[in-house]
Write a protein that binds this ligand. Structure first.
Ligand code: IMP
Ligand code: MG
Length: 180
């Protein structure tokens, strides 16, 4: 039986945490003080979004509402090109400032689909925040307002990112190799 293992550490846990702190500081300073909703894209966004919320100043964090939508587009390390959305949003975002959070943006299909669904609900604004951005892979022109790291076209795992459900619990981001 062949086990695939994550290989090289691409971004260490320490680098992630210090970048997430910078993003939290930037996001907090951009808030107008209006009611805000943070929407995470499951499953990949979960560790990043929780760390981000935890690192926001208490004054901002205490006024936020958060929820998740569920989007799936990958099978193994290949994008299927079709985004499946489930788990509808349970909170009202009309006339709210919305921040959409995901772990990684690749072709942009997922973010584009989620943004289209949320826009119909008439929020005041929608901004996006992703930890990892594979800029060279973009097919859909989606706005990324807050970006943790730009990465090359590599399949990565850890800190929420998975290969068929595995490795999400790593504290760091690793390049996934199928050959070991
Ligand atoms: P997109 O729809 O092509 O932008 O892909 C975004 C989604 O694909 C992310 O939310 C992840 O779930 C998944 N994804 C894209 N690249 C990777 C990767 O390198 N590792 C793990 N998941 C990935
Ligand atoms: Mg995802």
């Amino acid at each position: 039986m062949s086990h695939s293992r994550p290989q090289k550490v691409l971004i260490s846990a320490e680098e992630i945490q210090s970048r997430v702190q910078e993003l939290a500081t930037q996001i907090a300073s951009d808030f107008t003080g209006a009611p805000a909703v943070v929407v995470g894209i499951l499953n990949g966004a979960a560790p990043f979004m929780m760390d981000l919320l935890r690192l926001l100043p208490a004054s901002v964090a205490s006024t936020l509402v958060y929820d998740f939508v569920d989007a799936t587009s990958y099978r193994g390390s290949e994008s299927t090109g079709e985004v499946q959305l489930s788990h509808p949003l349970g909170v009202n975002i009309a006339e709210q400032e919305v921040l959409v959070v995901d772990g990684i943006v690749d072709t942009g299909a997922t973010l584009q689909t989620v943004l289209a669904v949320l826009k119909v609900k008439r929020p005041t604004s929608i901004r996006t925040c992703v930890l990892l951005d594979k800029v060279s892979r973009r097919k859909f022109d989606v706005p990324v307002d807050y970006r943790g790291f730009e990465i090359e076209d590599l399949f990565v795992v850890g800190y929420g990112m998975d290969f068929d459900g595995q490795f999400r619990g790593l504290r760091h981001v690793a390049v996934h190799s199928l050959s070991t």
